[in-house]
Design a protein around this ligand. Structure first.
Ligand code: AHR
Length: 355
């Protein structure tokens, strides 16, 4: 469909050039001008690139609405997308940072539609609230690819494919690791008090990790969830929420931080409160993402484990687009394989990590 669209655009361009030349009025065609590199607009997809213009250059135009820059994981994800969707690989990227606000993402998608991009890629902040704008994209004939977190829409034809993590499985992995760890320390029958720093409420990463942990921890009646509160996936909020947990409870055994950056904030709060954490400390820290700084925290002895969430989606999204360009079908849902990295393996594994 896109090849046909591009052919029509190309023919229109050729006809325009011929007619302008015939008129001899010296008006300059704008075709191929100012494709300008990726554009960042802080919540406004204000790029000037016209999809048909870039198509005239043979580039596939991709509008990408990114959640924000709340974590190391997100930075790695943005870098992966930006490194993949470059002109050298045949792409024109229009990048938009939504600053963690869905309303900005919706605005960005509408701008992408207006610019008639070839593909819209969304890393959605939350799961719900997408039906209307995706219906608009569908009516404009622009395929939508969802990356990282999932969306919850009434009609699955509103997106072409999704690639990301199995967040529920990540929650299961956390329980499995914790149960094995407590067993290995001879603490399997002890009363274990847990607090959770949740991610952005309503995001797949929060929902999956919270639900996966809750479901599997039901098998351990001696584990108590003292409290769950959102730290918005940021280090500063993670620290603030942990400070309040430490004021409310003096018997916390385990912190579940639904991402590494909140774990870093929690570690700072624990140390400031005169307590210790990590394999030899008072409090066990279980985290998610496995970014480079988490390996440093494990090597420093502050964190016990990080459950992997892989952010390197650029090449995965590009593969989907290439298949669609070639007229092939793609799997609707594509899960990424992920591991579990405990502190004992951190020093050995860290040099092999790409983010
Ligand atoms: O959706 C993935 C999550 O979003 C990562 O765990 C977190 O760090 C990020 O902000």
């Amino acid at each position: 469909m896109k090849s046909f669209k591009r052919l029509v655009a190309l023919l229109a361009v050729i006809m325009l050039v011929i007619s302008l030349a015939a008129c001899g009025n010296g008006t300059k065609s704008t075709v191929g001008q100012d494709t300008g590199g990726s554009k960042e607009s802080g919540g406004e997809a204000s790029g000037t690139t016209d999809g048909a213009d870039a198509a005239g250059d043979g580039l596939v135009v991709v509008g990408f609405s990114q959640v924000g820059a709340e974590s190391d994981w997100r930075t790695a994800n943005t870098e992966s997308m930006k490194a993949t969707f470059v002109e050298g690989n045949g792409y024109q990227l229009i990048f938009d940072d939504a600053q963690q606000k869905q309303e900005n993402q919706i605005k960005a998608v509408r701008n992408f539609i207006q610019q008639d991009v070839d593909y819209i890629v969304i890393a959605p902040v939350t799961e719900t609230g997408w039906d209307t704008v995706l219906q608009e994209a569908k009516e404009a004939g622009i395929p939508v690819i969802i990356v990282d977190r999932m969306i919850d829409v009434s009609d699955d034809s509103l997106f072409t494919a999704w690639v990301g993590s199995n967040f529920l499985q990540e929650g299961y992995n956390a329980v499995e690791w914790l149960a094995d760890y407590l067993e290995s320390k001879g603490r399997a029958d002890e009363q274990i008090n847990i607090v959770t720093l949740q991610g952005t409420i309503g995001s797949s990463a929060q929902i999956g990790r919270t639900d996966g942990f809750a479901e599997k921890m039901a098998a351990y009646p001696n584990w108590t969830m003292l409290e769950k509160q959102t730290g918005e996936f940021t280090q500063s909020r993670g620290q603030e929420v942990m400070e309040s947990f430490l004021k409310s409870y003096d018997d916390i055994d385990v912190v579940i931080a639904e991402n590494d950056n909140m774990a870093f904030g929690a570690i700072d709060a624990i140390k400031a409160a005169g307590k210790t954490c990590g394999p030899d400390g008072d409090i066990i820290i279980v985290s998610f993402d496995a970014v480079a700084a988490a390996f440093d925290a494990m090597i420093a002895g502050d964190m016990n484990v990080s459950i992997e969430c892989n952010p390197l989606h650029g090449p995965r999204v590009a593969e989907i687009i290439q298949k669609l360009e070639a007229g092939e079908t793609v799997d609707k849902l594509q899960y990424v394989d992920e591991g579990v990295f405990p502190a004992e393996t951190a020093a050995e594994i860290k040099p092999t990590r790409a983010y």
